[in-house]
Design a protein around this ligand. Structure first.
Ligand SMILES: NC(=O)c1ccc[n+]([C@@H]2O[C@H](COP(=O)([O-])OP(=O)(O)OC[C@H]3O[C@@H](n4cnc5c(N)ncnc54)[C@H](O)[C@@H]3O)[C@@H](O)[C@H]2O)c1
Length: 264
């Protein structure tokens, strides 16, 4: 018996980084997976790869800031797989600008993806998640991708930190709301420190054309962490799979930190 046997999962931002590692692992753990992203070609390629590996997956184009896209993605999921057990609100963008540099339109852009995206996904997936929760042993699950800077300040991106802090408290608030309403939907957030993805490369954009500087930056991060290595997307995917599984059946409203000990 695999950990996600029979579960239907939708992961946003699944064409890259943490989201891609998550859908690959979910499929290997027996889930029927929906890969949702704005990058159609890479998303389709990951679906194809999962098929070749013997798993179940399909891609939907979903811009998480667009209500119509959400409605269509949930409808496609329910039509294809007959329901939805797990929603992972993973899509997110990073700005890498100080408060002085950032503009109001930067603020609107980052909030439309990182905050509106999580709200719309939670609201529009709710009927399907509630329906499945009625018959599953530990209910349905929502996992929201926050960050360590959703629990403390950021020295490089205050607007990103603002959105991730919002995700942290929205997670707890919806865990209370859905719990009190008897919906049997667990809502938890995940808080990675720096992870080796496109986003981390963007964070170190000054070093992108200088492999030696990039490697030095990577080693500096590793040296600063008690665990003495940098995080890979799979390190975060394993935690998401745990929260999606019935093993986390008594967890709701929690903030799961996966940071190699940085916050310690
Ligand atoms: N990489 C890190 O260091 C790190 C640390 C903490 C938290 N996170 C969070 O993890 C999540 C995944 O980040 P990642 O590092 O894998 O980044 P990534 O850039 O590799 O992947 C992000 C994915 O989100 C998609 N995306 C962007 N805007 C979208 C939109 N409007 N609708 C749908 N999809 C959209 C992108 O196409 C991409 O596939 C994000 O929420 C990020 O904030 C990342």
């Amino acid at each position: 018996m695999k950990r996600l046997d029979g579960k239907i999962t939708l992961v946003t931002g699944a064409a890259s980084g943490i989201g891609a590692a998550t859908v690959r692992l979910m499929a290997r753990e027996g889930a029927s997976v929906v890969i949702a992203d704005i990058h159609d070609e890479t998303g389709e390629a990951i679906a194809q790869e999962i098929h070749l590996d013997g798993g179940k997956a399909f891609f939907v184009h979903l811009d998480v800031s667009r209500e119509d896209d959400w409605t269509a993605a949930i409808e496609a999921t329910v039509a294809r797989y007959s329901g939805l057990d797990v929603l992972v609100n993973n899509a997110g963008v990073y700005l890498a600008k100080s408060c002085e540099e950032a503009t109001y339109s930067d603020w609107q852009r980052i909030c439309s993806v990182n905050l509106a995206g999580v709200f719309l996904g939670t609201k529009l997936a709710l009927p399907a998640l509630r329906e499945k929760a009625r018959t599953s042993s530990q209910g349905s699950a929502i996992i929201n991708m926050s960050s360590t800077v959703g629990l403390k300040g950021s020295s490089v991106d205050p607007l990103y930190s603002m959105t991730k802090g919002g995700i942290t408290t929205f997670t707890k608030s919806t865990a209370i709301e859905f719990g009190n309403k008897g919906y049997r939907i667990r809502v938890n957030s995940v808080h990675p420190g720096p992870v080796e993805t496109e986003m981390a490369a963007q964070h170190r954009k000054a070093d992108l054309n200088d492999p030696a500087a990039l490697e030095a930056a990577r080693q500096a991060i590793a040296a600063s962490l008690p665990i003495k290595r940098v995080a890979m997307p799979a390190d975060i995917a394993t935690a998401v799979v745990f929260l999606a599984s019935d093993d986390a059946g008594f967890m709701t409203g929690s903030s799961l930190v996966i940071d190699g000990g940085a916050m310690a």
